[in-house]
Design a protein around this ligand. Structure first.
Ligand code: PLP
Length: 441
């Protein structure tokens, strides 16, 4: 392929076309990749090079929890880069120490010591290795309707079809059924007892059960209140750890600090990324309880990255957590979540193609169906790894034409706006979705 010279003053198409030619799109048939240039992002809105402005109703990839104008975070990053752009992980910075302490403060129970990385997938990799080192056992049970990341360990514990092309993946991963009341024949509480039986049958070989407390990209699945406490009990009865993957459900998204808090559960290990810095810097984190932390006093933690605890990233994390606290954004997510939920209920009453609505706080899903009686999906789960768009893609495209960017996964619209969103902005985005849903009705 010939190299394209980057023009001094690129026209609109030049930027997008040059990008398309030289940069891989993620999770895509490359011929279908069509990057859109963003030239500005402010508050809960972003603007593309053609001058169109959109409400960001999914916080990009459910990560821009503070919106796009959190000056405190941008300044903390700039100041840190000027002071010391990088130090190796065996040195520290004030922000790294304070962020470690703050994570111990805001996470549930006895979670107290953090391993920093640069993404959600790395946070999950660290959790898998730590669980294996600590328990001396190898197997990890996760669930089918889940996403835990793209690197080999985390794609192997991922249940959705994105894992298929990377299989067989790492050994020792087992998938279990999910608490999906709308689309599964198994009742959510039956599904948790099924996991109990799986552990029984696997003998004493399971290091951990790994779950998203509220499933994110696989459809915003909220289990019954008793589900997560029972799962923890089952794990501990069999000498396994409970790992909660809070990469998407963490940091106020649910109206609580973490998805685990919604169910009053203290996991043994928790993974975080996305909202940890509100996406101002790439940062992942894996926090463990004090018993696990103590284990590594006398046993080597055989894991590390050049950018573990990168100074600019942890400075962003600290400023982000301070912003959540100073601006009461967790409580705000709860209040705005109520407002959002009422509007989603109105959409459900009006549009026959809305099969189910679910969620908590500012973490909500609208599942669409061809046939509300029979609950027939528009797309199959396998569509995630095949070419072409579904009716649900057309719904979000139409919503975008009406001014709101909404992410979708197969049959579900994922509504996860920045925690700073106002009622007026919610009204505006709901109107755009209303227009989109006319396509699927
Ligand atoms: N875990 C969960 C629950 C996620 O939703 C994601 C990404 O969407 C990941 C892990 C992987 O995070 P990253 O894309 O930052 O590697």
């Amino acid at each position: 392929m010939a190299k394209r010279e980057y023009p001094a003053e690129p026209s609109l198409n030049e930027v997008e076309e040059t990008d398309k030619e030289h940069v891989f799109g993620t999770w895509s048939f490359q011929k279908e990749v069509s990057p859109t240039e963003v030239v500005d992002a402010d508050g809960v809105r972003f603007t593309t090079a053609d001058g169109e402005e959109y409400i960001d109703f999914s916080s990009q990839l459910m990560c821009s929890n503070l919106g796009h104008s959190a000056d405190k975070v941008s300044e903390a990053v700039a100041e840190q880069v000027r002071e010391a752009a990088y130090v190796a992980p065996n040195y520290t910075t004030e922000a790294r120490a304070k962020l470690g302490a703050k994570l111990a403060e805001v996470t549930p129970g006895d979670l107290s010591k953090t391993f920093f990385s640069t993404s959600g997938t790395e946070a999950v990799e660290a959790a898998i290795k730590i669980a294996r080192f600590y328990t001396g056992k190898q197997k990890i049970i996760s669930r089918y309707r889940s996403y835990h990341g793209a690197t080999y360990g985390s794609i192997s514990v991922t249940g959705d079809p994105r894992r298929l092309k990377s299989e067989p993946g790492i050994p020792g991963t087992i998938k279990a059924p999910d608490p999906y009341a709308y689309g599964s024949t198994l009742d959510p509480m039956e599904s948790v007892e099924y996991i109990d039986e799986m552990l029984e049958l696997e003998g004493d070989t399971v290091a951990a059960i790994l779950v998203e407390p509220i499933v994110g990209s696989n459809g915003i699945l909220v289990p019954p209140e008793e589900y997560l406490p029972r799962l923890k009990e089952i794990a501990h009865d069999h000498g396994a750890l409970l790992i909660c993957d809070e990469v998407m459900s963490g940091f106020g998204r649910t109206g609580e600090w973490f998805g685990s808090d919604v169910f009053d559960v203290e996991p043994d290990i928790m993974t975080m990324a996305k909202g940890l810095t509100g996406a101002y810097q790439p940062l992942g984190a894996t926090i463990v309880n004090s018993e696990i932390a103590d284990h590594f006093e006398e046993n080597m933690l055989c894991h590390g990255h050049t950018y573990a605890g990168h100074p600019a990233a942890v400075a962003a994390g600290l400023a982000t957590l301070e912003t959540y606290q100073e601006e009461n954004l967790i409580e705000r997510a709860n209040e705005m979540g109520e407002y959002l939920s009422e509007h989603i209920d109105e959409l459900a009453e009006k549009h026959p193609s809305v099969g189910d609505t679910r969620g908590v706080g500012l973490f909500r899903g609208i599942e669409l169906t061809k046939d509300p009686e029979e609950r027939v999906p528009f797309g199959k789960r396998e569509d995630k790894i095949s070419s072409g768009s579904t009716v649900v893609d057309e719904v979000t495209t139409t919503a975008k034409e009406h001014g709101a960017y909404v992410a979708n996964m197969i049959n579900t619209l994922i509504i996860a706006p920045p925690l700073t969103i106002t009622e007026d902005e919610i009204d505006e985005a709901i109107k755009a979705i209303d227009a989109g849903l006319k396509v699927s009705d």
